[in-house]
Design a protein around this ligand. Structure first.
Ligand code: CA
Ligand code: CA
Length: 344
C-alpha cells in the first residue's frame, strides 16, 4: 500500500487510529512499527486542527480503564543507565543502550547489551566504548535497518554491524548536545532528535540546540532547528511523516517537510521520552507521569485522549516492542533495569 499519509495539518495523527475498534489495537499484523496497514479509515482532514487540545482520559472513545501497575513479564538487572531498547527480530534478542555515567559526557565508557527475551543478559557489553576501535560515550536511541544498528550518542550517530557488533563508522552532528532518539526511513535515510539539553550539576537545562536532523548518505541536515521544538525526544515514522514527542514541553506533534509542527497536542503529563507505534496504537512514555500512555481518539474525532497503559514506572525511557511475544520492552533509566510487559 503506497497511499501517502502525509496530508499535513495533523491528519496523520487523526488517521493513525482510524481503524481502532473498542478492543484497542485492531490490526491483525504482529509486526512492530510496520506502518503500511495503518491508513485504514484515513480521511483527509481539511479543517485546521486545534492545537494543544485539552483532553482527559475520561473522554476516551473506548472508555478503557487505565491499567494499574502491572507486573513485568521479565525483569533484567545490572545495567548502567539504560536508555533505549530495541527488538532485533532477526536474532530474537533485545539490544539495550547504556549511558554509563552522565548523559552528556564523552567518557567513552558507554555500551550496548544483548539480552535473551527469556531473561538472560547474554552479553552485558556486547559493544563497548574504548574496546578496540569502538567509540561510545553516552549511547541513547537505537534503531535497526538493513542489518545495521544505529546509535545516537551525544553528537554522533554511530553505525555497527548487527551481526558482529563491529564499527561501521559514524556521522558527526556539529553542535548537537543531546542526540536522543533515532529512526530509519524505508528509503534508508535516518532521522535523529537533538533534545537540546545540557547538565547543570545533576539537573537538565536547555542548551538551545533543539533540532531534528535527517541523515542521507552520511550527510546530515536539520529538518527543523529551533528551541520551539520543546526538547524533542522520541521519534516515529509513519511512512514519510515524522512524529515527535518532547521531553520539555510534553507534547506530541507531526513535523512536516518544511520543519513545521502540525497537530500539536499536550499530553496529561510531560517528560516524554519513548514514542512507539504498535500496530495501530501510539504509545508514549512519560517521566512525569511515571507511565506509558496509549493514545485513543476522542469522541469528537479531534485529537486524542492519552490513557495510562502501564503505571508506576519511574523514569521509563525509550521503549521497544517484541513483536514475537507482543511485549513492551521498558528501560528504567534510573533503576538500572529493563522490564518487559505483556500487551493485552
Ligand atoms: Ca558514558
Ligand atoms: Ca529517548
Amino acid at each position: 500500500m503506497n497511499q501517502s499519509l502525509f496530508f499535513g495539518s495533523g491528519a496523520v495523527l487523526l488517521a493513525l487510529l482510524g481503524g481502532c475498534g473498542p478492543e484497542g489495537t485492531a490490526s491483525s499484523s504482529g509486526s512492530p512499527p510496520s506502518l503500511g496497514g495503518s491508513s485504514v479509515g484515513a480521511t483527509k482532514a481539511s479543517s485546521t486542527p486545534s492545537t494543544q487540545q485539552s483532553v482527559s482520559p475520561a473522554l476516551s472513545a473506548t472508555g478503557a480503564q487505565p491499567t494499574t501497575s502491572a507486573n513485568p513479564a521479565v525483569r533484567f538487572d545490572g545495567f548502567a543507565t539504560p536508555e533505549s531498547a530495541v527488538y532485533d527480530a532477526s536474532n530474537d534478542r533485545y539490544l539495550v543502550s547504556n549511558v554509563n555515567g552522565k548523559p552528556v559526557e564523552a567518557d567513552n565508557n558507554g555500551f550496548i547489551s544483548s539480552l535473551a527475551p527469556d531473561g538472560k543478559v547474554t552479553a552485558l557489553k556486547w559493544i563497548e566504548g574504548g574496546k578496540g576501535k569502538t567509540s561510545l560515550n553516552a549511547p541513547k536511541g537505537l534503531t535497526i535497518a538493513q542489518s545495521v544498528l544505529y546509535v545516537a550518542d551525544i553528537d554522533h550517530v554511530r553505525m555497527f554491524d548487527l551481526k558482529t557488533g563491529g564499527s561501521l563508522g559514524e556521522v558527526k552532528i556539529e553542535k548537537a548536545t543531546f542526540l536522543n532518539d533515532i529512526v530509519a526511513a524505508a528509503d534508508g535515510s535516518i532521522y535523529v532528535s537533538d533534545s537540546g539539553l545540557k547538565m547543570e550539576g545533576s539537573d537538565f537545562a536547555p542548551s538551545g540546540t533543539d533540532a531534528v536532523y535527517k541523515i542521507v548518505a552520511g550527510k546530515s541536515e536539520p529538518v527543523a532547528k529551533t528551541p520551539d521544538l520543546g526538547r524533542p525526544n522520541g521519534l516515529a515514522l509513519v511512512q514519510d511523516t515524522l512524529l515527535v514527542v518532547t521531553f520539555g514541553s510534553g507534547a506530541l506533534y507531526e513535523l512536516d517537510k518544511n520543519g513545521q509542527k502540525q497537530g500539536e497536542q499536550k499530553l496529561p503529563k510531560g517528560g516524554l521520552d519513548g514514542l512507539l507505534l504498535v500496530e495501530d496504537a501510539i504509545l508514549v512514555t512519560s517521566w512525569d507521569g511515571e507511565c506509558v500512555y496509549r493514545a485513543e481518539r476522542n469522541l469528537d474525532g479531534k485529537g486524542f485522549a492519552f490513557v495510562p497503559l502501564l503505571e508506576g514506572l519511574s523514569a521509563p525511557a525509550d521503549i521497544g516492542y517484541d513483536s514475537k511475544r507482543k511485549r513492551l520492552i521498558v528501560p528504567r533509566f534510573t533503576s538500572n533495569a529493563v522490564e518487559t510487559y505483556d500487551l493485552p
